[in-house]
Design a protein around this ligand. Structure first.
Ligand SMILES: CC(=O)N[C@H]1[C@@H](OP(=O)(O)OP(=O)(O)OC[C@H]2O[C@@H](n3ccc(=O)[nH]c3=O)[C@H](O)[C@@H]2O)O[C@H](CO)[C@@H](O)[C@@H]1O
Length: 354
């Protein structure tokens, strides 16, 4: 039996594509293990799926000053030795890395042991963790065609992003019931990425009474970002993070307001959900979400509101516009030639682990 180690974490966007591959990997008979950090979101999400989970120390590598820059490199080194020991014990045939800082020591340790590594890059330009890891990889899967030019020739393969299949079998009625919503008013789903977004939360809450005249609003606002001021507001419900009911909420949603994380937007496209994207600003990131959002806007899949112009009023206008033009957004999204990236990636994994 072939053994695969999956790695990736820090935020859910570095874990959900790995989760999407699990059913196909099981079908192909792989013995699956996961290496993540001791306490990251990957631990919670993977352990409940009954996949053997192995924790290592993880530190963030930054391009800016932070007092933790003195301690984090030691954590990365510790993570490297822990990952080496784990790989010596597990002897996997292949590693699949979805990136995030925890994946760096795993990939570097795999290189030392000559275990083939496949990396997946969801964003248009590779993040720092993947940049460090790419020289050690045999293949690099890309989500956007534009990414291929940033990757070494011979390693890059355009695959798209693996999407959890359960998201396609949501049930609108279950979603409405889960929120305690009625059947008559349209539903606006707000998602501030897997960690929630203060900027998005403030804009939505700033215009709630107006939004609630036309919509029922389900708000995934992120860990520790619930606001009990709004607890008993008719037609508004907030959650920190949703796991298995997400498919039902997406099916119930007529319009979605979302950050422009690569997985989130690919899911919205695959599900043909009219959407407004609010990309994370260049001031607080490397600008990957802006590129993701601009690409989707160019192709007619999304309406983009940049943080610089985001106000409760501009958000309301965007939601009303997209709701009005929802049929045309759905039509354009339906024309998109999405590949089933799960099968393509499984094929690459099988080839590399021969
Ligand atoms: C702040 C940050 O670093 N953001 C990055 C992070 O975003 P982030 O971790 O938010 O990743 P994405 O938006 O790509 O994906 C979020 C995932 O979480 C899921 N989800 C979300 C909320 C919820 O309640 N339940 C749930 O299951 C979504 O369905 C999706 O599968 O990784 C992405 C992929 O590399 C990048 O594009 C983002 O720039």
């Amino acid at each position: 039996m072939k053994r695969i180690v999956l790695t990736g974490g820090g935020t859910a966007g570095h874990v959900t594509p790995n989760i999407a591959l699990l059913p196909a990997l099981k079908r192909e008979g792989y013995d699956i293990h996961y290496i993540g950090s001791y306490d990251g979101i990957e631990k919670t999400l993977i352990e409940e799926l009954d996949i053997p989970y192995h924790g290592i120390s993880s530190g963030k590598l930054r391009r800016y000053f932070d007092p933790k820059n003195f301690s984090d490199p030691f954590k990365v080194m510790k993570g490297f030795f822990e990952a080496s020991a784990l790989l010596k014990k597990l002897k996997p045939d292949v590693i699949f890395s979805k990136g995030g800082f925890v994946s760096v020591p795993v990939v570097l340790a795999a290189k030392g042991k000559k275990i083939p590594v496949i990396i997946h890059e969801s964003d248009m330009t590779p993040g720092l963790a993947n940049k460090i890891s790419i020289p050690s990889a045999k293949k690099v899967c890309a989500n956007f065609p534009e990414t291929v030019k940033y990757l070494p020739e011979g390693k890059a393969i355009l695959t798209g992003t693996p999407i959890r299949q359960e998201l396609f079998s949501g049930n609108k009625i279950l979603g409405l019931d889960f929120c305690g919503f009625n059947r008559s008013k349209p539903v606006l789903l707000v998602v501030g990425g897997s960690t929630g977004s203060v900027v998005v939360n403030e804009a939505v809450r700033g215009v709630l009474p107006k939004l609630l005249e036309k919509f029922q609003v389900v708000h995934l606002c992120g860990k520790d970002k619930l606001d009990n001021k709004y607890e008993n507001m008719q037609g508004y419900i907030q959650f920190e993070y949703i796991k298995k009911e997400l498919s039902d909420l997406l099916d119930a949603a007529d319009v979605v307001v979302s950050r422009a994380g690569a997985n989130a937007i690919c899911e919205l496209l695959a599900l043909r959900k009219p959407n407004i994207l609010i990309p994370l600003s260049a001031a607080s990131s490397r600008g990957d979400q802006i590129l993701n959002a601009e690409s989707f806007e160019r192709q007619g899949y999304s309406y983009v509101v940049k943080e610089e112009t985001l106000t409760p009023e501009s958000l309301l206008k965007a939601v009303e516009t997209v709701y009005e033009k929802r049929a045309s957004y759905i039509e354009t999204m339906t024309e998109s030639k999405l590949n089933n990236s799960i099968e393509t990636i499984i094929h690459i994994i099988k080839e590399v682990s021969l």
